[in-house]
Each structure stands twice: as structure tokens, then as C-alpha cells.
Design a protein around this ligand. Sequence first.
Ligand code: SAM
Ligand code: DTB
Ligand code: SF4
Length: 327
Amino acid sequence: MLKHDWMIDEVCRIYEQPFLDLVFQAQQVHRAFFPPNKLQRSTLLSAKTGGCSENCGYCSQSAHHHTGIEDEPLLSLAAVRNKARQAKQSGSSRLCMGAAWREVKTDADFARILEMIREVSSLGLEVCCTLGMLSANQAKQLKEAGCTYYNHNLDTSREYYPQVVTTHSYEDRLATIANVRCAGLRLCCGGIIGMGESRRDRISLLTELACQKPHPDSVPVNMLVPVEGTPFADKVKLDSIEFVRTIAAARIIMPRSFVRLSAGRLEMSDEMQALCFLAGANSIFAGETLLTAPNPAAEKDEQMVKRLGISFFSEAEILELCKAGGS
Ligand code: SAM
Ligand code: DTB
Ligand code: SF4
């Protein structure tokens, strides 16, 4: 029933339908695979901030740009424990720990990460990490420590990728994704929209994601957050309708994946977010800060959800959905 051999022209035909047909189709697919009025929530924690060797053009944490973000070494176990408790209390089902690394270089750092994973999973939260490139052996160890998900985005099309970063390649990203999958970790993989890429690039990214077998378990769709001091600070803001098209096409071609309305929500009205949910997004990042950028406060999201008459998945519902079948 799920398709993994998408051709770019097929995805293009879906993406370029009249907008109302597109959103209608996405909503139909969404209802066939998910409860229609429920959202999943993940909380982010920047476990190691700034000073990254990579030159990703959008990123506040790259050592190549001067963004005013203060570098912070790897957090202590106690700090991670506190954040995990707070996340659980405020209703998140998952804590995603991010580190501004090309890859985890030292055994000592890796051992500390494993310890953090054990701690967070012992509190009854799903654990996700995003630590940069990962070897097959590292992926296996994360899985054994209790990590459930690994986030590693393709970010854009293969063709546009060299305009975004030159210190690593698309092939490097795909190799890490393969290692993640081999270790039996669930994959969270998506991209950023609004970096000056063409519509063809957005369609090409979606095709790349939907040709993964299985599809990524979650697909974060980030709207570029322009950061002062990065090469992408002055990118022209992408048309909102075009962003919704990307969400809708992702929902249609990856029906069983959670599609996460990720970075950029602070700049979106409730109406825009509602349109994204109608187009099949069913997950968000909760909490005032993403990794370094601001995000709507919990109360604001509660208000929005109330306004829309929808609700958040319970932990048990998420587990049930994940058991129900692969993507
Ligand atoms: N260093 C790791 C890596 O690159 O995979 C993990 C952290 S990195 C910050 C995680 C993801 O956050 C990126 O792949 C990108 O999709 C997203 N991201 C980072 N900065 C962003 C920005 N300014 N706007 C939108 N998304 C952003
Ligand atoms: C993802 O796709 N988005 C999250 C998560 N994966 C790690 C990160 C968004 C970061 C936004 C910019 C910032 O906070 O610096
Ligand atoms: Fe480093 Fe990740 Fe930021 Fe790229 S996106 S500069 S790899 S932290």
C-alpha cells in the first residue's frame, strides 16, 4: 500500500494540483492513516551549543558565522535530567537532544551521551538524538542505550545541497541515515523550506525522502528561521501557500509518517498553522526555545489547540500508532 519508488514527475503532479484539491487530498490521506484531530509533541534540548565545524548557511551554531550565539559545552547529566522532567510534566512524549557537531568525535563525549540517553529513557520519555554524522557502531550503541529516534535531515535537494553547505556532502547524510536504519533506530528526517531553493528543489527533496524504504518515521518540515550573521539571513520569506503545498505533498506521499511543523512557527498565525494541520501536519516542537531560536510558549500552543478544538496525543496513543505498522 505504501509506495517507495516515486518519480520526481509524479510528485510534481501532486504538488502542482490546484491548492484546494491538494489540501483536500492530503486531508483524505491523513484521515485514512491517523486520528484527524490529534497532534504529537516533542521537546528539544540543545545538549551542546555552537562552535560547529560545519558551514551550513542557515545555522546559528556554525563556527563559520558570527551570530552572537554563546558556545556551551556538553550539558551535565543533572541539567538533562531536569529538562527531561519538565518536558514530561508539560506533556511531551519525546525529548530530542541536539548537539552542534559534525559528528561525535571523542569516546568520552559519546559515553556521556549514552548516559544521558539512559537517564531520559528511564524517566519514561522517548529519546531522540541529533548529533551529526553517525557510524554504524555508534548507531548500534545509541539503540542499546535506549535511544528510539535519530534526527538527521536531508535539508534540501541533492542539487541545491552544495549551495547550503560544503563541509559535508549529501552522500554523507545518506550514509548516516543508512547506519541509523541498520541499527534499528527510528528515523526522523526532513528539511528546511525557504532557503532560496526552487520549487523543483522542494519536490526533489520530497521525492528523496519518499524513496527511503521504509519512509522516515517523522518528517520535520522547517521554515527557514533567518539568523543575523548567517549567509541566509536575508533570504526572501517564502510564500506561505507554497510552504503548505510542501506539507500537503509530504503527507500524501508518506502517509504513515508523522509530518512535523517544525522551526518557524513563531512567525505563523494560528490560521496558517491550522492550514498546515489541514494539509496533514500532525506534530510540533513544544517549548519556548528550539535549539537556539525562539518558539511559541506552551500556553500559546494550548490556546491554539483549544481554539481549534483539537488535542495532543496521549503517550499510550502514540505507542499504539507506532505498533500499528511500519512506514
Ligand atoms: N548538527 C546536527 C545536524 O546538522 O544534523 C544536528 C543539529 S541541526 C541544528 C538540526 C536541524 O535543524 C538541521 O538539519 C536543520 O534542518 C534545522 N535547522 C537548523 N537551523 C535552522 C534554521 N535557522 N531554520 C530552520 N531550520 C533550522
Ligand atoms: C529539526 O528538523 N528541527 C529541529 C530539530 N530537527 C533538531 C531544530 C530546529 C532548529 C531551529 C533553529 C535553532 O533553534 O537554532
Ligand atoms: Fe553544525 Fe548541524 Fe548547524 Fe550544520 S546544522 S552547522 S552540522 S549544528
